[in-house]
Design a protein around this ligand. Structure first.
Ligand code: DGL
Length: 260
């Protein structure tokens, strides 16, 4: 059954998830939505984010995808109320579980996990639910803008990351990149926190998708060449998308209006 897997984020951050998913599932087709018209999500209200998540889930339902991967922590925090006939794969729980597993594996760890996420994700307490008092949250929404504008690797990006992360230096032994944009700022983050274990939410979600595909063997694709099956669409201006770091081939970026 050659249906695509829908993947979405507010912008380019979810492409870090898509990168991993393509590597892990080379025979699958993917339909990626970057909701760039409404990016960033992390400084919006609950209602505004919910509206976007509902609009994009309905879009994927109309496109008849076989699974929806919410490649965005902020959107995941606002997605638990959604009922869909299509399975929805969320990013927060697998990431939090992985961080707990790693942090508890080593006796010399202090079991303080820094969660770097958007302002909304931190304020929503979505990670606290799993990490409880082991969590130290850091509101990092300015990082999203740096990535969306293609300004990573600059003096400014190193300064912004340093200023925001300085308060947790020496306090955590594990950090969660609780926003899919943040893997693209790894050099900046490691510059401030060189000796911590880093759990990237972008890596954790593929295990859940694998479990889903393994348990639903008939929906697996076996015979397609995915180079022609990676579709990327955005709701804003395609010319503004900064994704030269994206490793896989795709057929251009299409603009689509997705409104409720
Ligand atoms: N990449 C998103 C996340 O994982 C959100 C970025 C934003 O739009 O604020 O939370």
């Amino acid at each position: 059954m050659n249906k695509s897997i829908g993947v979405f984020d507010s912008g380019v951050g979810g492409l870090t998830v898509l990168n991993n998913l393509i590597n892990q599932f080379p025979n699958e087709a993917f339909l990626y939505v970057g909701d760039t018209k409404y990016c960033p999500y992390g400084t919006k209200t609950k209602k505004e984010i919910e509206n976007r998540v509902e609009a994009i889930v309905s879009f994927f339902e109309k496109e008849d995808v076989k699974a929806i991967v919410i490649a965005c922590n902020t959107a995941t925090a606002n997605s638990y109320h959604i009922k869909s006939k299509i399975p929805i794969i969320r990013i927060i729980e697998p990431t939090a579980k992985k961080a707990l597993e790693i942090s508890h594996k080593y006796n010399n760890y202090n079991h303080h996990i820094g969660v770097l996420a958007t302002n909304y994700t931190i304020d929503s307490l979505a990670y606290n639910k799993f990490l409880k008092d082991e969590m130290i949250g850091v509101r990092c929404s300015p990082f999203v803008e740096i990535v969306e504008k293609g300004e990573k690797g600059t003096e400014e990006s190193y300064n912004v990351v340093k200023e925001i992360l300085n308060p947790i230096v020496g306090k955590v032994d594990t950090i969660i990149l609780g926003c899919t944009h943040f893997g693209l700022l790894l050099p900046e983050i490691k510059n401030v926190l060189p000796n911590v274990t880093i759990i990237d939410s972008s890596d954790c979600v593929s295990e859940v998708l694998k479990e889903y595909l393994d348990n639903n063997i008939i929906i697996k694709n076996n015979d397609i060449n995915n180079i022609n099956n990676i579709e990327i669409i955005c709701t804003g201006n395609p010319e503004e998308i900064q994704m030269d770091w994206f490793k896989h081939k795709y057929q251009g970026i299409k603009h689509v209006e997705i409104e409720k």
